[in-house]
Design a protein around this ligand. Structure first.
Ligand code: GAR
Length: 193
């Protein structure tokens, strides 16, 4: 079983999907910590309800990214965390966390990367009038939504899709795909029963 930390900044619906999958025995992991950079994020309520410890910080209380990442790293190491799972964490991962966790940080993004990186990928896709968008799960490197792709799933975009309807389609896929891919990643190399 892998010890993991989930990083989130907002609603945390992907975090919830991971909590539910762990509780159902569908993801072979123990969630040791939620790291959250917004004190009013709903993800924090989800952690409390599930009995998961939280580290909530505000970047403006630190002189630099390196400073707050050192504090996060200390907590991850203290808890024996092996994988960092980004679930709507809207900050770039810096050199401090990457140096210890490169290849062990996974992100989910609501587009078929490399299209539509950064914020509001769903709005960007609608604006570009693409016929197809989707979900990407990838390892994190120093770039914004770059890094080796682990899995992708496409979703059709119709002419009458709104931001809300496309987001709903994309999140439905995310909530199924993320736990499934994480389980595969955490059990890779283990003998199949
Ligand atoms: C998710 O759709 C995720 O793919 C996206 O933020 C949303 C968070 O929703 N991530 C990014 O855009 C990363 N660049 P949630 O808080 O309900 O899980």
């Amino acid at each position: 079983m892998k010890n993991i930390a989930v990083f989130a900044s907002g609603n945390g619906s992907n975090f919830q999907a991971i909590i539910d999958a762990v509780e159902a025995g569908k993801v072979d992991a123990s969630i040791k910590l939620l790291v959250c950079d917004r004190e009013n994020a709903f993800a924090i309520e989800r952690a409390k309800k599930a009995g998961i410890p939280q580290f909530v910080f505000s970047a403006k209380d630190y002189a630099s990214k390196a400073d707050y990442e050192k504090e996060i790293l200390f907590r991850l190491n203290e808890l024996g965390v092996e994988f960092v799972i980004l679930a709507g964490y809207m900050r770039l991962i810096g050199a401090v966390l990457l140096s210890d966790f490169e290849g062990k940080i996974v992100n989910i993004h609501p587009s078929l990367l490399p299209a539509f990186t950064g914020k509001d990928a769903i709005g960007q896709a609608l604006k570009a009038r693409v016929k197809m968008s989707g979900v990407t799960i990838h390892f994190v490197d120093a770039g914004m939504d770059t890094g080796p792709i682990i899995a992708q799933q496409a979703v059709g975009v119709s002419a009458d899709d709104t931001r809300e309807s496309l987001q709903e389609k994309i999140q439905k896929i995310e909530h199924e795909l993320y736990p499934q891919i994480l389980h595969e990643l955490f059990t890779a190399g283990e003998e199949k029963q």
